[in-house]
Write a protein that binds this ligand. Structure first.
Ligand code: HEC
Length: 159
């Protein structure tokens, strides 16, 4: 069976950074973005399972996950972070709005990689499994890094 051969270390890191978060009390757009982040976290876990071989590779599911991530990444710059949407329950840092350009650049990087992954998944669905698997792994790894780099810069550790 074809495998993506994702390094185990990457999936372990993923498991710890996409754990469960308490949303209790959050409302409005803050709740909405927390739910969106949780959704894309689940998609990343599902993708990593396919790459690791613990779940069989399903190109159309991969496409769906990549497309979800793309949609939510796009909304990070248009909907999810209106100015001043901080508060006790939110881990969003002020630096998001102080350095909106850098914040949107990271969100755009995620959106672009998710789009590329979607394109690869479409090809995969059409042509079957091909050695393009390597591209998936590097895309996935860089997406993972993009999540982490935004969190490092713009999310506090209070949760
Ligand atoms: C452009 C910046 C940015 C990118 C890119 C980003 N995040 Fe986030 N993420 C945030 C911020 C800011 C928060 C804190 C939101 C809050 O508490 O209001 C957050 C919160 C989260 C949470 C916690 C949600 C909760 O319930 O409190 C998870 C899980 C998460 N992100 C997963 C991901 C994953 C997985 C990716 C990559 C596929 C990703 N994020 C990409 C900025 C980003």
């Amino acid at each position: 069976m074809f495998r993506f051969l994702l390094p185990v270390s990457v999936t372990l890191v993923l498991a710890t950074t996409t754990g469960l978060f308490a949303h209790s009390g959050a409302k409005g757009i803050v709740l909405e973005r927390m739910e969106a982040m949780t959704t894309i976290g689940k998609s990343m876990v599902a993708i990593s399972k396919m790459m690791r071989g613990s779940k069989s590779v399903n190109a159309s599911e991969l496409e769906d996950h990549a497309s979800l991530i793309e949609i939510h990444a796009r909304k990070m710059t248009t909907d999810y972070f209106p100015a001043g949407s901080i508060g006790k329950l939110s881990a969003a840092k002020d630096s998001i709005w102080q350095d909106w350009e850098a914040f949107s650049a990271v969100a755009t990087t995620l959106k672009d990689s998710a789009f590329q992954m979607q394109t690869h998944a479409t090809k995969l669905a059409q042509n079957g499994i091909t050695p393009e698997g390597k591209d998936f792994v590097s895309l996935f790894t860089s997406m993972k890094r993009t999540c982490a780099s935004c969190h490092d810069a713009f999310r506090s550790n209070k949760d």
